[in-house]
Design a protein around this ligand. Structure first.
Ligand code: GLP
Length: 249
């Protein structure tokens, strides 16, 4: 319990350090001819990290040939090419820049029928097991403490599944979707148990807007009320925050 390492640093330094850690792990695996399974989050927070990974690829020859990219979540009921899908977002902000074809990434298709989603979620968990699990999972924190789209109330044992989005999560997405009516109501997300099985968890939270949820993540009892508190149960988890997110500065 409470093994979470909290690292206080400016966002650009966090991006550089985490990218360097990921690069080292990718290279170590590649030397053994093994794949590295990298779990990706979407949102504004990891953009600096992905830009730095793209720079390492471009300028320092970091190869992503042996990287399997896995997404945390995806909206439901969106056209596959819709730029607002997490699939398109992940391509635009990382995959295309580092030469990982989207076909080699494990991302829920945003246009599946509900019944097909259930089968996809089961197959996804099996695929992860076959790959040997996620080596490092990048995470952001939702305003209500969600990780992936595991909204408050998500069980410790939850697996990859279809979920209904919380009102505040949909509210936070109104700008992207031209008003609340346009925001998808459901999504597919890795479960809490799925996320906690990753070998390393690296969560990022920057800026004043994250202050309240960072405090609650660190101080409230571990449990489904604030899903991000489950990070404190993981043996190799780190939360990188800047001074404003920690309530300083
Ligand atoms: C979204 C995603 C999460 C992300 C969170 C925070 O809802 N499902 O994976 O971490 O929001 O987003 P941001 O980094 O833009 O604050």
């Amino acid at each position: 319990m409470d093994q979470l390492e909290v690292r206080v640093q400016p966002p650009d330094q966090a991006a550089r350090e985490l990218a360097a850690e990921i690069a080292g792990l990718i290279r170590a695996r590649a030397e053994e001819g093994l794949a590295f399974v990298l779990g990706l989050a979407t949102g504004r927070t990891p953009l600096g990290l992905y830009a730095e990974l793209a720079r390492l690829h471009r300028e320092e020859g970091l190869s992503f040939e042996h990287v399997v990219a896995v997404n945390l979540d995806e909206y439901e009921g969106v056209e596959p090419d819709d730029p607002r899908s997490f699939r398109a977002w992940t391509r635009a902000h990382l995959l295309d820049a580092v030469g990982v074809p989207v076909e080699r990434a494990l991302i829920p298709p945003p246009d599946l029928a509900v019944a097909a989603e259930v089968a996809w979620c089961r197959a996804f968990e099996e695929r992860l097991r076959a790959l040997g699990g996620i080596d490092l999972q990048v995470l952001g924190l939702g305003r209500n403490g969600h990780i992936g789209f595991n909204e408050p109330g998500s069980a410790r044992e939850s697996r990859t599944r279809r979920v209904r989005l919380a009102p505040e999560t949909r509210q936070d997405a109104v700008d992207t979707w031209d008003g609340l009516d346009g925001v998808p109501t459901h999504a597919i997300t890795q479960g809490i148990a799925t996320i906690l099985e990753a070998r390393r968890l690296r969560a990022l939270a920057f800026g004043l807007a994250k202050r309240d949820i960072v405090r609650r993540t660190l101080e409230e009892p571990v449990g489904p009320r604030i899903p991000a508190t489950f990070l404190r149960e993981h043996p190799d988890a780190r939360l990188c925050v800047d001074e404003p997110a920690l309530g300083r500065g």
